[in-house]
Design a protein around this ligand. Structure first.
Ligand SMILES: Cc1cc2nc3c(=O)[nH]c(=O)nc-3n(C[C@H](O)[C@H](O)[C@H](O)COP(=O)(O)O)c2cc1C
Length: 173
C-alpha cells in the first residue's frame, strides 16, 4: 500500500486522548495541510476556529449532546462554511459548496493528523445555534463539523463497512 492509502485505512476516530498538549505550530501546520483540500472554484470558503480553553471546550461539549471526550481533547477545531465567500461567485449554490469546502478540509486534516501521530474524532452532532453563540460566529457563517484533536490514548478497532458492491450503482441509480 502507498503511504496515502495506508493512512486512509489506518485512521480511526479516537475518543480518548493523552494529556499531552498539541503545540500551536502543529495546529497551524494542520490547518495549512487542510487548506490543500480542493474547493469550489478554489474559493476556499472555509474558516477554522481553534479552541483550547477548557471553559469554552465545556460549553462546546454541552452544545454537542454532552460528548465528554470534547473536554478531554486538548484541541477542538471547528470547521466553518463561509457561504458569502462562495456565494459571491456561485449565488445559491454557494451554500452547498461552502459546506463541501469545509467538510473536505476536515477530512484532509484527519489524514494529516494521523500522519503526524495525532488522532481526531469528527463531531457532527451539535446544536448549530449554540455553537455559533458560544464562538460568536457571524450569522451567515455555519459551523459544519468539529474535530477533537490530540495524541491517542486508544487504538479502536476498524468499524465494519458496508461492502462497496452493495453501494455501487453502475451507469444510473
Ligand atoms: C458527518 C459525521 C458526523 C459524526 N459525528 C460524530 C459525533 O458527533 N460523535 C462521535 O463520537 N463521532 C462522530 N462521527 C464519527 C463516526 O462515528 C465514525 O467516523 C464512524 O463510526 C466510523 O469510524 P472510523 O472513523 O473510526 O472509521 C461522525 C462522523 C461523520 C462523518
Amino acid at each position: 500500500m502507498t503511504e496515502c492509502l495506508d493512512a486512509i485505512y489506518q485512521r480511526r476516530s479516537v475518543r480518548k486522548f493523552t494529556s499531552d498538549p498539541v503545540d500551536r505550530q502543529i495546529v497551524e501546520k494542520l490547518i495549512q495541510d487542510a487548506q490543500m483540500a480542493p474547493s469550489a472554484g478554489n474559493l476556499q470558503a472555509r474558516d477554522f476556529i481553534v479552541v483550547t480553553n477548557t471553559a469554552v471546550k465545556k460549553k462546546l461539549k454541552e452544545a454537542a449532546l454532552d460528548q465528554k471526550f470534547l473536554v478531554q481533547a486538548p484541541v477542538i477545531i471547528v470547521f466553518c462554511a463561509n457561504t458569502p465567500r462562495s456565494s459571491r461567485i456561485y449565488s445559491g449554490r454557494g451554500e452547498l459548496y461552502s459546506i463541501q469546502d469545509a467538510s473536505i478540509s476536515a477530512m484532509v486534516m484527519t489524514l494529516a493528523a494521523h500522519d503526524m501521530g495525532l488522532a481526531t474524532c469528527w463531531v457532527g452532532a451539535f446544536n448549530d445555534a449554540d455553537i455559533s453563540e458560544i464562538l460568536m460566529i457571524p450569522h451567515n457563517i455555519r459551523p459544519v463539523c468539529m474535530l477533537a484533536l490530540g495524541y491517542p490514548a486508544d487504538t479502536p478497532d476498524t468499524p465494519d463497512r458496508i461492502d462497496a458492491s452493495k453501494l455501487i450503482h453502475w451507469q444510473s441509480w
